[in-house]
Design a protein around this ligand. Structure first.
Ligand code: 5GP
Ligand code: ZN
Length: 228
């Protein structure tokens, strides 16, 4: 069930290496958190290990051990920023399960009562919205870290501009203008970045087609299900 791609072909490895753009929420030695480019709901984020692993089956124990507590802190930050009714956390393994990018990633998706449940988004997120969500989550995550460690000052105790610095850091980490503005731009940029269909990134689906709730018809990147 695994799809063998090399780290050189992997879009998430390219994001780690800053060869591809992303709206980064947090960057540490072992993990990276960034906004999903095609959010299933406003605030949809991905947590990945920096080390390339296809999915849960080959992800290193130490990476999983780091991702667990980080995802909980991120969920708390998400609750603070978006006040959702719930938070979906999921991770897909293999094409049959709906995995489309062959680098381990954990999805965290704010959920609201009454909204249809989608595992994947249908359209690329608005770049300004993705940037602002990344900055707000980064700041809340930083605060959550301080609350977990009482020796560090919380934001209310800190210098008044500390929050702004966190936001500025998050914004400077993204390559905002380079983040893709339209599906067409996305395709052009992917091609200019040498990312082939099936090599790890994915293209948007038409608005009429739901990427929700697998199956029916949900297929892996290696067999693109539709042409935009
Ligand atoms: P999967 O189907 O493998 O569980 O999820 C892959 C996720 O990665 C999807 O939600 C998709 O929107 C997201 N994604 C695919 N390519 C990119 C990209 O280039 N940048 C970002 N930020 N997200 C991506
Ligand atoms: Zn990778």
């Amino acid at each position: 069930m695994d799809e063998r791609i090399t780290p050189e072909q992997c879009i998430f490895c390219k994001i780690v290496k800053k060869e591809a753009a992303a709206h980064v929420v947090r960057d540490d030695a072992r993990t990276l958190v960034f906004m999903d480019l095609f959010p299933a709901a406003d605030g949809h984020v991905l947590v990945i290990p920096k080390h390339h692993a296809i999915n849960l089956l080959d992800c290193e124990d130490a990476d999983l051990a780091a991702i667990g507590p980080l995802s909980r802190r991120l969920a708390k930050a998400m609750r603070k920023v978006f006040a959702p009714d719930g938070i979906g956390v999921f991770q897909l393994n293999g094409a049959a399960a709906g995995q489309t990018v062959w680098h381990y990633h954990l999805h965290l998706i704010p959920r609201r009562v009454g909204e249809p449940m989608h595992l994947h988004g249908r359209a690329q997120g608005d770049p300004a919205r993705l940037a602002s969500n990344a900055a707000r989550l980064a700041e809340a995550l930083e605060d959550a870290g301080k609350e977990a460690d009482p020796s560090r000052p919380t934001r209310s105790e800190a210098q008044p501009n500390e929050g702004r610095n966190a936001r500025a850091r998050a914004i400077s980490e993204r390559e905002g203008p380079a983040e893709l503005a339209s599906p067409r731009a996305s395709r052009a940029s992917r091609s200019s970045r040498g990312i082939r269909r099936g090599s790890g990134g994915r293209s948007p689906r038409p608005a009429s087609r739901s990427r929700c709730a697998l199956p029916p018809g949900r297929r892996a990147r290696s067999t693109p299900p539709c042409r935009p």
